[in-house]
Ligand binder design. Structure first.
Ligand SMILES: NC(=O)c1ccc[n+]([C@@H]2O[C@H](COP(=O)([O-])OP(=O)(O)OC[C@H]3O[C@@H](n4cnc5c(N)ncnc54)[C@H](O)[C@@H]3O)[C@@H](O)[C@H]2O)c1
Length: 365
């Protein structure tokens, strides 16, 4: 197995998590970075012992195999298309793009060039969601018939260094947090056939309360509370809420209800949540021990893609999966705007489940 070299474009808040998360995998090595802010790229490079370039110079470096796109959502499609045009495999943070047309352009460009396109989130590779997947695949809850998925908070303006992007097109609670929940649901229950939703934009502007930006006004361009229903191709039905309007709640992150049992699933924004099962005609929730590794983190999806490039198998955290999730999110917004159910144009196969018992730092060929 060869070690593939990685470059990162966009070294903001999430970039250090990729440095940490990619480090355990021998199959990948981050060697370079770039940012529209040259000084930021230089500071990040010297902190992490890698090289800093302009975006074009990074893409011109011949020995880089995969470029990880950690720019803001509005720049995702443009930067991913540049990476592909430079002949490199691309892996993008979520969402794949901020609209279907751009998302489609990206996955078609990668396919036409014979390159891999991967897209976060990769949290479903973690021990929590792989254990939940195995429980369903092994028939522990019977055929899934319903699910709930709730992300509700009061927005990131109290902690994020650049919170304005969360209220611009391509973000909001649905496009920012929805990918974790929707990707997890598709991994567990397969593709979605149609959706319906209601949505609102509660506050016309937000006020940053982080120390650095205290008092800064952030215009709101997106819906900040989206409540929807997903009908899966299997016939199962999920109720989903994403909100930046809610101060607190006591709802579970995610539950999957089967014909024979109910399963409470750990937070899909994290890798190693704990799942519980309640069997029919019992009243006790029981922990399901992790069947899968609990040592991987953000970047595992890039490592999985590096194995897949070398073995020829499909990569799990794929552009096609991200496009289906983007299609679901666009359809939820359209349903809310138009007051009708929306049939999805896309479908996708469930990603391959990870094998249990993988050694630390290793994935499968
Ligand atoms: N911050 C988090 O906790 C978090 C968690 C998971 C995923 N993400 C995702 O990661 C992505 C980045 O988020 P972030 O929080 O790091 O944002 P950020 O604003 O902190 O960082 C983005 C970086 O990209 C750079 N950039 C923007 N446009 C560019 C362009 N055209 N070319 C080159 N560089 C460009 C910016 O200068 C900045 O350094 C988003 O898609 C977000 O959804 C963030």
């Amino acid at each position: 197995m060869q070690t593939l070299k990685l470059g990162i474009i966009g070294v903001g808040n999430i970039a250090p998590a990729y440095i940490r998360g990619c480090a355990p995998f021998d199959v990948i090595k981050i060697v370079a970075c770039a940012d529209i802010l040259t000084e930021r790229a230089q500071a990040f490079a010297s902190e992490h012992g890698i090289a800093a370039y302009s975006v074009d110079d990074l893409l011109a470096r011949e020995d880089i195999d995969i470029v990880v796109n950690l720019t803001i959502p509005a720049a995702h499609a443009e930067i991913s298309l540049k990476i592909i045009a430079a002949g490199k495999h691309a892996y993008c943070e979520k969402p794949l793009a901020i609209n279907r047309a751009d998302g489609e352009r990206v996955i078609k460009a990668a396919a036409a060039a014979g390159l891999r396109m991967g897209c976060a989130p990769d949290t479903f590779l973690g021990g929590g969601l792989q254990t939940a997947r195995k429980a369903i695949d092994d028939g522990l809850i019977g055929r899934p018939i319903a699910a709930t998925a709730f992300f509700m908070a009061h927005g990131p303006e109290s902690w994020h260094p650049n919170p304005g992007i969360f209220y611009q097109e391509g973000a909001g609670p649905l496009f920012d947090m929805g990918p974790y929940y929707l990707t997890a649901l598709v991994n567990l229950m397969g593709p979605v056939a149609r959706v319906a939703a209601s949505a609102r934009r509660t506050f016309p502007e937000r006020i940053a309360t982080s120390e650095a930006l205290m008092g800064q006004r952030l215009p709101v361009e997106v819906n900040t509370h989206v409540a929807g229903t997903l009908e899966f191709e299997s016939g199962a039905i999920a109720s989903v809420i994403t909100s930046f309007d809610v101060w607190g709640h006591q709802l579970p992150n995610m539950e999957i209800h089967g014909e024979d049992a109910s399963m409470s699933v750990g937070d899909p924004n994290h890798f190693h949540g704990v799942n519980q099962i309640l069997k029919s005609r019992t009243s006790e929730w029981v922990n399901i021990p992790h069947s899968h590794t609990t040592t991987i983190g953000r970047g595992a999806g890039v490592a999985d893609m590096a194995y897949a490039i070398q073995s020829g198998r499909p990569h799990r955290v794929s552009g096609e999966l991200a496009f289906h999730v983007l299609d679901i999110m666009c359809a939820l917004e359209e349903s809310a705007a138009q007051g009708r159910r929306i049939e999805l144009g896309s479908t996708v196969e469930q990603p391959l489940a990870l094998p249990a018992g993988l050694a630390d730092g290793e994935l499968d060929f």
